[in-house]
Design a protein around this ligand. Structure first.
Ligand code: FBP
Length: 271
């Protein structure tokens, strides 16, 4: 990792990355709860919210939409991705080069590594090439560090998540995005193992406002430097509201109750 290499996708040393690679990873089913989010323009508009420090998208979406948003949105080029139709051992195709991402104006690259997969060695070698090319183009590096494979089914135990975070440091990521390991203490241990590499929490499937904000606040208290989130934002009826609440928790040290005041759920409860 390189100090400050992530400056273009962080604010005060923290990140709120809006992830929108779900069209590749999960398919259109993820847009069903809020159908207008199938339109990338809706999500690019969301990414102009002050809370958002970067938008993570794949090549085709970046090509089609980023030119209209390059003044207002920091682009995190998600280099690899594989559809849910793939039934083999976890793997991820590298869909665009770092050089092409740089040409499109990307500020950083994102790369999934499935530690523990039978494809880990090949993926780590692809990450090496991407990480070094990112450095040559002055771009930050974010690793989606998701241990999974034949003997490791979406393991989010504290030990595994600490190992995932450490892989980020060892392989040269500036930010390691990991699944929530179940407690603020376990998140703190993952952050400690990552050293100067910032650990951010992966959003996960949609939960209610309070549960989600409490998990995020706990992760931040534990030592996480922010959040990389998709469904818990864009699947909501009013994504802007939760972004405002997340901004308060992540960047303004607001309590969950204070942040909830910014949502209409709280307005309804107050009536
Ligand atoms: P969510 O906040 O919706 O969980 O998105 C985070 C993310 O890493 C996305 O970038 C990616 O599309 C998805 O999760 C992959 O999740 P998984 O591989 O666990 O299905």
């Amino acid at each position: 990792m390189l100090p400050d290499a992530d400056a273009a996708i962080t604010r005060d040393g923290k990140a709120l990355i809006l992830a929108y690679d779900h069209g590749i990873e999960h398919g259109p089913v993820d847009f069903e709860p809020n159908p207008e989010t199938a339109d990338p323009e809706r999500v690019f508009d969301l990414a102009t919210h002050d809370a958002v420090t970067a938008l993570a998208v794949g090549k085709g979406v970046a090509e089609a939409y980023y030119p209209s948003y390059d003044d207002d949105v920091s682009l995190l080029a998600k280099l690899n991705g594989t559809s849910n139709l793939w039934m083999g051992e976890p793997d991820s195709a590298v869909n665009w080069s770092v050089e092409y991402a740089a040409e499109l104006g990307a500020d950083a690259i994102g790369f999934t590594l499935y530690g523990g997969s039978n494809n880990e060695v090949e993926m780590a070698e692809e990450f090496r090439d991407a990480q070094e090319a990112a450095r040559a183009n002055d771009m930050g590096v974010v690793m989606w560090s998701y241990p999974r494979g034949q003997g490791l089914k979406n393991d989010t135990s504290p030990d595994t998540i600490a190992y995932a975070a450490r892989l980020g440091l060892e392989l040269g990521a500036d930010i390691a995005k990991v699944k929530y390991p179940g407690s603020p203490e376990a998140m703190g241990e993952a952050a400690r193992m990552a050293g100067p590499t910032k650990v951010v929490m992966s959003g996960g499937s949609k939960t209610d406002d309070r549960a989600f904000l409490e998990t995020v606040a706990g992760a931040i208290d534990g030592g996480a430097k922010g959040l990389a989130v998709g469904r818990n934002v864009f699947q909501r009826e009013n994504p802007e509201e939760i972004l405002g609440a997340l901004e308060a928790v992540i960047f303004e040290e607001a309590s969950v109750d204070e942040a909830l005041e910014l949502t209409s759920a709280s307005a309804v409860a107050d009536d």
